[in-house]
Design a protein around this ligand. Sequence first.
Ligand code: IMP
Length: 180
Amino acid sequence: MRPRAPENYVPLIRAADIDDRVAQLGRDITRDFADRPLTALVVLKGSFIFAADLIRHIALPLHVEFIGLRSYGDRTSTSGVVEITMDLKHPVEGQHILIIEDIVDSGLTIDYLRKNLETRSPSSVSLAALLHKPTAARVPVTIDYRGFEIADRFVVGYGLDHAGLYRNLPDIGYLDPPPA
Ligand code: IMP
């Protein structure tokens, strides 16, 4: 039985297309890191499904760490203030870090995280983001592994929520009309 989408849900990216793209990203990451051990840093909550799928396509020695960040609350636009809701549990000094993020919208969350990680002296920091809304950018962000570029609309599904709901939808879609 598939989870039921709300009435105003319009599918945008189907689960089969997400699967193909995520597998390709995993192959790219495997090739680029060429047997160097990697620490996947999963940004909670929205990235948990993307990360679970992506890491199973990365054929490298891999550690997984989690960090919780929040800047949206229940709204559909950033508050501009990024909070750590759950910090890393281990030092990442000297490690190659791959940030796994669901979506880069304004870019403020990733900008904050990259600056925060710099103070912890990793060997390198790369970014895998499933979705990117380039027209919403408020700060420049380099995405090393990008799944899909999308328009500046609020999307849900495949881990992404609105007010905590819809993370369990297998496809990604937007809400039309959008939430208030
Ligand atoms: P940014 O800081 O504006 O780039 O937003 C990054 C975070 O905001 C993401 O990790 C998501 O948690 C959330 N976010 C941004 N856009 C959307 C969206 O369209 N749907 C659901 N969550 C979003």
